[in-house]
Design a protein around this ligand. Sequence first.
Ligand code: AMP
Length: 192
Amino acid sequence: MIVVLFGPPYSGKGTQAVRVASRLGVPHVATGDILRAEVARGSALGKEVDPIMRSGRLVSDELIVRVIESRLSQPDAAPGALLDGFPRTVPQAEALDAMLHRNQRRLDVVVALVVPDADLRRRMLKRAADEGRSDDTPEAYSERLEVYRTQTAPVLDFYRERGTRIQDVDGVGDVDAVTERIAQALGAGQHA
Ligand code: AMP
């Protein structure tokens, strides 16, 4: 089963993605984590993306499509994957479609976490205090939210127009409660 977990920055997407992937028995494929690992290793790719990530902007579609294609071709992703942080632009969604089509696969469902802006900002400030991630600054946050609105939100319209199954899930509240909501959304009407 291939699932895209969709949601604005600080919607709790990453936390939920780990939990939901483990329930589904598929790998959690998070492009942000893959890139951060490259930065930590000091690879050429990591050096290229580090300043872009710090600024809150997106790395190029071409680069991230190569990253995801290589990840999805690994054996553990044969039964499926839970995609977190990809696709982030319409061209990425188109590239994913083409990639899956070439391999006689398809995207089964998009889960869209819904969280109001005020909650997002509160969570950003908390994570900045707790984790000190270098892209958790008010400036990078504003940039990330703007990027989400202008480039990533249209991905949902793209899937809507295509008739891809989209499940909106309320992302506010207790972490366990949100996981249950997502599991229910995936269970309801799930096809093999
Ligand atoms: P995330 O952890 O998903 O918020 O990703 C952290 C950063 O990695 C983003 O702000 C982007 O700079 C970069 N990134 C992750 N996924 C993508 C993607 N699908 N397209 C472009 N840039 C990405």
